[in-house]
Design a protein around this ligand. Structure first.
Ligand SMILES: [Zn+2]
Length: 177
């Protein structure tokens, strides 16, 4: 986790941010704040610094560490506090849990939608099959002459076909929603 914090600090903060925050001029060369030098022996680059007298060189973290004489761990905490980076708030765990919860909820929603679509599809084809059967019976059992007693399946087809058509239309509308 500390490696992450170091990375985040290095990505978010430049030497210019650091110098500005702790009240130093942002110039290429200034008197070294670390050993309180009196000539411009301290060079500021975007992500690093170098003291040409005696302090050596380093990155934003090592500068703050040397400036305040802190341990590495305390330096990270100080930078976190000063620049309000939120590295130590326990919200990362909370965020993770919230993210997982949201992902699970979204997946469950997708599954419900897929299931509903599948059900609507099945319902449509079932109504359609019934319509096909009725339509077939209407033709298959139609009386061959006006005197012939109508077949019960023919009568059923006549009675039910238009309503079945309506059911097919409705089922089709539902599955396209
Ligand atoms: Zn120095």
């Amino acid at each position: 986790m500390q490696i992450n914090k170091v990375q985040i600090i290095k990505e978010r903060l430049t030497m210019h941010d650091i110098m500005n925050y702790y009240g130093y001029p942002i110039k290429r060369r200034i008197p070294c704040p670390l050993h309180c030098g009196d000539d411009d022996n301290f060079e500021i680059k975007i992500n690093s610094w170098r003291c040409y007298s005696r302090c050596g060189s380093g990155d934003v973290i090592s500068f703050v560490q040397k400036l305040f004489g802190l341990s590495f761990a305390d330096t990270l905490k100080k930078i976190d506090t000063d620049f309000n980076l939120g590295l130590y708030a326990d919200k990362s765990f909370e965020d993770l849990r919230r993210l997982q919860y949201r992902q699970r909820a979204e997946q469950a929603k997708r599954e419900r939608e897929n299931q509903a679509k599948q059900n609507a599809d099945n319902e449509y084809w079932s109504e359609f099959d019934t319509w096909v059967k009725l339509d077939k019976n209407k033709r298959l059992y139609a009386p061959k002459s006006p005197d012939e007693e109508p077949h019960p399946l023919f009568i059923e087809a006549l009675q039910k076909l238009s309503y079945q058509e309506h059911l097919v239309d409705e089922a089709n509308a539902r599955r396209r929603k």
